[in-house]
Every structure is written in structure tokens, then in C-alpha cells.
Design a protein around this ligand. Sequence first.
Ligand SMILES: [Zn+2]
Length: 201
Amino acid sequence: MTVNGRVNANHHHRDIDHSAVERAAADLLRALGADVNAEALDETPRRVADAYAELLTPQPFRATTFPNEDGYDELIVAQAIPFHSLCMHHLLPFHGVAHVGYLPGERIIGLSKLGRVVEYFSRDLQIQERLTTQVAGWLEQELEPKGVGVVLEAEHLCMSLRGVQKLGAKTVTSALRGVVRDDARTRQEFLALTTRGSHDQ
Ligand SMILES: [Zn+2]
């Protein structure tokens, strides 16, 4: 998945055919009974294509890691990282916050990179469970930490707008690995930190 610490965009590289997306968006508008010749809709197909291209194009980043020289042996947690992604079942956004933590082994990584990892995997046709496990898997692979914890809380517009869920209701997913999963005290500590983070919202 990575080459020399750089996230390999080919991991889920897609070719976006911008003009085909524009034509499809115009078709969709027509199928929805819209007057595509109306001036107000003139630019809509292009805007739709731009928006999807942006939502589905991950930004590669350099995942610089550092040796854990001081032997830091406590959880490192980035709380309430805002994110948004695109539900692959409805092509509607889901958005919320991610809590990402790990118990370091030999390597540590800059805190801001934890947010970049979430953003990287968010820019895809996603389901929340897969996004959660991808972030956890990436950290495991890159850092070989003693444990990893990822909790995502998100509102899915495909659920709240259709009344399946109340507006603002959150879906929570988690991926716990290593000692964060297996050691009761570490797991509780991680989950307490993520709960506190969401109360600060
Ligand atoms: Zn959906």
C-alpha cells in the first residue's frame, strides 16, 4: 500500500472521466424532470462533476514516521478529527468525527498525519465500516504499533434525510487491534478518551 512511507495513490486510484460525468449528471437532471435548459442549471452538470471528482480523489501525503527514541509507552490519541465521505450505496455524504489512537512500538508518527490518513481513505466510495478498518490497517502496517484504536461517529444523509434515522443520529464503528483490543485496561482508556472527545463537540 505504501512505498517508502508515501501512500500509494494507486491503492484505490480511479480514472474519472469528467465529461462523461457531466453528461450523466445532465441525464440525471432530465430523468428527474428538471429543465436542463434553464439558465440556473446551466453550470450544474459541470459543478456536479467537479464535486464528485474532488470527493473521490485522495491527496497523497508523505507519512513520515520517527523512531520512538524516548520509548513513549502510552496511548497517543487524536480526538474528534472531522471527516466526510461518500456512501457507496446512495452516493450521499456521511460525515462526522474520527478518533484515532495507537500505542507506539518502535515508530511514532506526527499527530496531524492521523487526520491525513482518515481524509485519504475518506475520498472514496465508502461504507463506514470499511473506512474504519482501512485506517486501522494502515496504522498497523506503517507503524507496527502495540495496538491501534479507531472509532468513527458519523451521520449518514442517506439515513437521516429519508427519515430512517433522526437528523443528527450517529452511527458508530470501531476497529480495535493489538493491546487496544486485548488488554482491558488499555481498551477502557482508549474508549474513555474517545468518549470524552465526542462530548466536547
Ligand atoms: Zn447510504
